[in-house]
Design a protein around this ligand. Structure first.
Ligand SMILES: *Cc1c(COP(=O)(O)O)cnc(C)c1O
Length: 360
């Protein structure tokens, strides 16, 4: 058998599949179809297959290269590009995505030309910024003007619907009131173009709590879900008992374990990232070094030790420093420690070329 390589992220496909089925079923019962967002795990091929077979309506990413890989891997579901395309990639967007989100008429016009040249009809969802201050037309008037132009003057685009995104930059909560604003704007666009819009894409994992407690207005019939499917939990949304929160496991190997002082010895300046740090003096403590670092996971606070009594003290680009004085077992060089991960931890680690991936 091949030797296990560290560090690695292990992905429990059975648990992920359960999360997808369970949550999509809840959404379906609420009249909501789901785009499965795969950017959070860098669209790993084995997981793409799983999403393609799951009850999600489409596969979505904010990275066009991931959609290109999905198409190349033979994914059958429609591919949705959920970052507004760059003007310079309109042709690639038309080629690899079936649906995309928009907030700029220049991009829509370029996409229309590109889709025409490819002999394709590309579906577009116009985004309305409801105050989170990331992508979106500002105000109903701007949205309606764009809808009219797409409908009347851009024949290679199909005006598929309208959508919004909340929470990602401005931390604005997705609420029934915000959804009503989207529905009202959709109504204005429908009045202008003289037909009903197919899709009202209400948001992301931020919206899931409204599906659970039945407060999401019925006209919202589409969500783009990433984090909540992967992590089995989401801030402010009670899913306790029926989702798996341990789909992803990081395993890393100890390369040094010994007792040292807990406060650095000498004149303190800045750490390897140029930051001034503070250190608590707890006297001599047993510490362990892991062969994995911030180049792999971003921030050490995204690593959550599964061993009780193990504490993450910090990390440099290639090392993670742990306090293991109170660990339930003696930690030695060569030991392997397990960690739960945050969404950010999974995002970084699955993208690191130095971290192996195992699916089981
Ligand atoms: C990332 C993203 C999502 C998914 O967000 P989650 O919080 O992971 O569910 C939805 N919509 C857009 C536009 C995104 O960029």
């Amino acid at each position: 058998m091949e030797q296990t390589v560290y560090p690695h992220v292990e992905i429990d496909l059975g648990k992920l599949e359960h999360n997808l089925s369970a949550l999509c079923e809840r959404c379906r019962a609420a009249g909501v179809s789901v785009a499965g967002v795969v950017k959070g795990f860098n669209a790993l091929p084995e997981l793409l297959q799983l999403y393609d077979a799951a009850p999600v309506e489409s596969i979505a990413s904010s990275r066009l290269d991931q959609l290109r890989r999905a198409a190349g891997a033979g994914v059958k579901k429609p591919l949705m590009y959920i970052r507004v395309p760059m003007l310079s990639e309109a042709e690639e967007a038309a080629r690899w995505a079936d649906v995309s989100l928009h907030s700029d008429l220049a991009v829509l016009r370029a996409l229309n030309r590109a889709a025409g040249a490819l002999g394709k009809r590309h579906r577009v969802i116009l985004m309305l910024d409801l105050g989170d201050l990331r992508e979106g037309f500002w105000g109903t008037q701007e949205l309606v003007a764009a809808a009219l132009e797409v409908e009347r003057a851009l024949p290679h685009l199909e005006l598929y619907g309208v959508g919004t995104n909340l929470g990602c930059y401005g931390s604005v909560r997705a609420t029934p009131e915000k959804m009503e604003q989207l529905i009202a704007a959709a109504g204005a666009a429908e009045a202008a173009i003289g037909r009903r819009l197919e899709v009202l894409s209400g948001g992301s994992s931020n919206n899931a709590y409204m599906v659970m407690d039945g407060t999401q207005p019925r006209r919202i019939n589409h969500l783009r879900l990433g984090e909540i499917l992967m992590m089995g939990k989401f801030w402010g949304c009670d899913l306790s008992g029926w989702m798996h929160t341990d789909v992803f496991t990081l395993r890393a190997e100890v390369i040094e374990a010994r007792t040292k002082p807990s406060h650095p010895v000498g004149e303190l300046t800045v750490d390897c990232f140029g930051r001034r740090q503070t250190y608590q003096d707890r006297g001599p403590r047993r510490r362990a070094l892991l062969a994995v670092g911030r180049a792999d996971f971003g921030s050490p606070c995204d690593l959550l030790p599964r061993d009780r009594g193990v504490e993450v003290l910090g990390a440099s680009s290639d090392h993670t420093i742990l306090d293991v004085e109170d660990a339930g077992r003696p930690i030695r060089t060569g030991d392997v420690l397990e960690f739960d991960l945050t969404y950010a931890g999974v995002l970084f680690l699955t993208g690191s070329p130095s971290v192996k991936r195992y699916c089981r």
